[in-house]
Structures are given as C-alpha cells and as structure tokens.
Write a protein that binds this ligand. Structure first.
Ligand code: SF4
Ligand code: F3S
Length: 106
C-alpha cells in the first residue's frame, strides 16, 4: 500500500485525491489517509503531492509501521473523499515544518 505521512498535516493540498482509481482516500480535519486494504499500489498519487507526503509502504521500519497503523485506523473512522476541495488558506506556512505529527495531530 501507499501511505500518507505527517508532511500532509495542515497542508492538505488534495492534489492526490482525484487521480486515485479506487477512491481510497479518507479525510480528517488536518490531513488525509489512505485505506491500506483498498489501495491497489498503482502509485499514481505519489508524484501528485507537492510536499511528498505520500510514500510506499516498503521501508519496513518503525516509522512506516507507525504510519501504516495511523492510515488504517483513521481510514476506518474518517469519511471517504473523492473530490478535491480547497487547501487551508495558510497551507504554505506549514509545508516545510518538521514534527507536525506531535504538534498538530489530534
Ligand atoms: Fe490510490 Fe493508487 Fe495512491 Fe493507492 S497508490 S492511494 S490506489 S492512487
Ligand atoms: Fe496531503 Fe499531499 Fe494529498 S498534502 S492531501 S497528501 S496532495
């Protein structure tokens, strides 16, 4: 599967959504996630994200395991999204910020 990671938080550009052939993005207040059981690994969303917040789940390390868990958990809770909306007005203020997960994820 592919995963959305913390670079998405508060940027939420949404350029990834409409390219997905199986509509497996889910939306929270600050970020999107991918449903790992629905993603077909096509990879077309990865280059669409301007902040490189989409990664393949191939690292097999603790960090990718953490994001796999987060994507799975919240894809079950948050609503599906199939159409691009507007990013937050201040999205660009957050695009280079590190550590967004501990600061903003709730
Ligand atoms: Fe959708 Fe393909 Fe991205 Fe998976 S890799 S989320 S199927 S666009
Ligand atoms: Fe997030 Fe990038 Fe999509 S910022 S909403 S993963 S285009």
């Amino acid at each position: 599967t592919y995963l959305v990671i913390d670079a998405c938080i508060r940027c939420k550009y949404q350029d990834c959504i409409e390219v997905c052939p199986v509509d497996c993005f889910y939306v929270g207040e600050n970020m999107l996630v991918i449903h790992p059981d629905e993603c077909i690994d096509c990879g077309v969303c990865e280059p669409e994200c301007p902040v490189e917040a989409i990664i393949p789940d191939t690292a097999g390390d603790d960090d990718s395991d953490k994001w796999l868990e987060i994507n799975r958990k919240f894809a079950e809770i948050w609503p599906n999204i199939t159409r691009k909306g507007d990013p937050p007005d201040d999205a660009d203020d957050y695009k280079d910020e590190e550590g967004k997960f501990s600061k903003y994820f709730s």
